[in-house]
Design a protein around this ligand. Structure first.
Ligand SMILES: Cc1cc2nc3c(=O)[nH]c(=O)nc-3n(C[C@H](O)[C@H](O)[C@H](O)COP(=O)(O)O)c2cc1C
Length: 375
């Protein structure tokens, strides 16, 4: 039987306070299976527990940090006692299998309003370009946050991080990617402020770095991580000089918080709306950021289609980890499959954001697939 156990992907690595046994990570995936109040359901406990492995890192789905943050229907929150209590069995299920779980902390900014009557907020009063396919109308224009409002949101990130630790999570990943609030500050297309949070790279990056400072002060650097997507145009993101912007962010974190649990970057070739690996601009790469950051470096995007790329990425440096999104949805036992070179089960895009078990907790393990085919 083929075994990849001796490969770098299966070598232990220390991440924050945790000793991991391999480097295959569950990427954060919104799956809309919480209840209307954003409280995790039993189904969510099953889902994460199915994907837990001894010393394996799971990053739980994007989770709203406050009641003032808009979120998709049935996406979870971590801002009240009921939600916090709802997360406890989820975390306990992962820990029972000696797994490690971080929570992703989310402020959606201009992408979602908390209720139909609330206004959207962002770095500047700039809407997502184009027409919202849901309404058939142009995306609404957000209001630009004031400096006191920015300071409040920074404290909300810190409080949500404390809540996550109280629920039992091993750490948090700040969502700084994919066109949500932090990304809206980082990118020139959505940030045209003229105060200390806009203009120069230093000013645009200030919000992200202050959120990291506050979360580190609340729960410690070794329990804190952040995710970025420098080259991903999702939800209207565009930066005039992504290499310079995220080089500055990475350098700043390396000098101010070298003990962060990890930095997480999305590969430039990612497009979650298509079912293949998209090379928008071949020359774009995460290498510059990898070479600056000395701690654990997680990358995600496209490995779902060719896991052998993940093996290669892991070989390239002693501190690389790789996260799988879509293939981890459809392969609860992906770690086992990659260890033995077993084929991956295809995912069903139609059930990404639906309700209930179908396409969520009913994907077979390799052993179950084999059993079925031998009947
Ligand atoms: C259904 C779905 C939900 C996602 N939700 C999130 C999320 O909550 N937070 C986040 O940072 N990225 C999210 N992503 C992006 C994934 O974390 C990952 O970066 C992306 O799927 C690329 O990896 P893959 O090619 O292995 O799928 C989502 C992607 C998918 C397909």
């Amino acid at each position: 039987m083929t075994s990849n156990s001796s490969k770098q992907l299966f070598q232990p690595i220390k991440v924050g306070t945790q000793q991991l046994q391999h480097r295959i990570v569950l990427a954060p995936l919104t799956r809309t299976r919480a209840d209307r109040q954003g409280i995790p359901t039993d189904l969510i406990t099953d889902y994460y527990s199915q994907r837990a492995t001894p010393g394996g890192l799971l990053i739980a789905e994007a989770t709203a940090i406050s009641s003032k943050v808009g979120r998709p229907k049935f996406a979870p929150g971590i801002y009240n006692q009921e939600q916090l209590a709802g997360w406890k069995p989820v975390v306990a299920g992962v820990h029972a299998k000696q797994g490690v779980i971080f929570q992703q902390l989310w402020h959606t900014g201009r992408t979602f309003a908390p209720t139909a009557n609330d206004t959207l907020v962002s770095a500047s009063a700039i809407p997502i370009p184009g027409v919202d396919p849901a309404s058939g109308k142009p995306y609404p224009t957000p209001t630009a946050l004031t400096i006191p409002e920015i300071k409040t949101i920074i404290q909300e990130f810190a409080q949500a991080a404390k809540n996550a630790i109280q629920a039992g999570f091993d750490g948090v990943e700040i969502h700084g990617a994919n066109g949500y609030l932090i990304d809206q500050f980082n990118n020139t297309s959505s940030n045209q402020r003229t105060d200390i949070y806009g203009g120069s790279i230093e000013n645009r990056a200030r919000f992200a770095l202050e959120v990291v400072d506050a979360v580190v002060a609340a729960i410690g650097a070794e329990r804190t991580a952040i995710r970025f997507s420098p080259y991903y145009g999702f939800q209207g993101m565009h930066d005039e000089n992504p290499l310079a912007t995220w080089t500055y962010l990475t350098q700043s974190l390396q000098s101010s918080h070298p003990n962060l649990a990890f930095l997480h970057f999305i590969e430039p070739r990612t497009n979650i709306r298509t079912d293949d690996t998209v090379y928008a601009v071949e020359s774009e790469s995460l290498d510059a950021f990898r070479s600056i950051w000395k701690g654990p470096f997680v990358s995600a995007g496209g490995y779902s289609f060719d896991p052998h790329v993940a093996f290669k990425v892991a070989e390239q440096s002693s501190n690389n980890l790789v996260a799988f999104g879509r293939s981890f949805i459809s392969n609860p036992d992906i770690v086992h499959r990659l260890r033995h070179d077993y084929p991956l089960h295809p995912y069903d895009r139609k059930t990404f954001y639906t309700a209930g078990a179908p396409g969520y907790t009913d994907y077979p393990t390799f052993a179950q697939e084999q059993q079925k085919s031998s009947l």
